[in-house]
Design a protein around this ligand. Structure first.
Ligand code: HPA
Ligand code: MG
Length: 211
């Protein structure tokens, strides 16, 4: 009897776990209530829920910084930030790489550039979100003309689209459902860049900022 109960509990627990937060955010992930966090008052009533809280973004970015540092070894890199959506992620990623490198044996020299190209050796492209990957493929084609020694792509988000041949960046923070998201520098018609958390906007928000 006791075992049966335990089994049931374990099974039930596993079902619950499938909708819990992961790097692969599932389509049925309900997000966090907006009441749990703070966010700018001018966006009250414009958002549906918090998809990824700011703290988790920053912590995940720190881990990506560690992975990137491990892979680039002793090579110096040039960081290319794809504006404007990429600036928050880029700033935090570079800050984490600097901090990690300050506390390690080797120091990695880093120059940050905003898509102005010369002949670089190692390039890290930093992007906010990759959807179909069409934009990224064009950018990669352009950068490959400069024959860099190494070229890596880090994107905070990858959107699950219906295209199975979708481009995969070398590093990414989260895979998200096919939703329109804002915050942490991602915008809707230039609004919501000042929101810390990554959120889903509601119909009211869409109507308010429609152009
Ligand atoms: N939000 C903001 N910008 C974007 C998105 C998104 O979901 N997808 C592509 N660009
Ligand atoms: Mg972008």
């Amino acid at each position: 009897m006791l075992y049966q109960n335990t089994d049931f509990y374990v099974q039930h627990h596993e079902v619950v776990l499938t909708v819990l937060f992961d790097i692969q955010i599932s389509d049925n992930w309900p997000g966090y209530s907006l009441d749990l966090f703070t966010y700018p008052q001018h966006y009250y009533g414009d958002l549906e829920y918090v998809l990824i809280p700011h703290g988790i973004i920053v912590d995940r970015t720190e881990r990506l910084a560690k992975d990137i540092m491990q892979d680039i070894g002793d090579n110096d890199i040039v960081v290319l930030c794809v504006l404007k959506g990429g600036y928050k992620f880029c700033a935090d990623l570079v800050e984490h790489i600097k901090n990690l490198s300050r506390n390690s044996e080797r120091f990695i020299s880093m120059k940050v550039d905003f898509v102005r190209l010369k002949s670089y050796h190692n390039v890290l492209i930093v992007e906010d979100i990759v959807g179909t990957g069409r934009t990224m493929k064009v950018l990669l084609n352009n950068i490959e003309k400069y024959k860099p020694k190494m070229i890596k792509v880090a994107s905070l988000l990858v959107k699950r689209t219906s295209r199975p041949d979708g481009y995969r960046p070398d590093y990414y923070g989260f895979e998200i459902p096919d939703l329109f998201v804002v915050g942490y520098a991602l915008d809707y018609n230039e609004h919501f860049r000042d929101l810390n958390h990554i959120c889903v906007i509601n119909d009211h928000g869409k109507a308010k900022y429609r152009v």
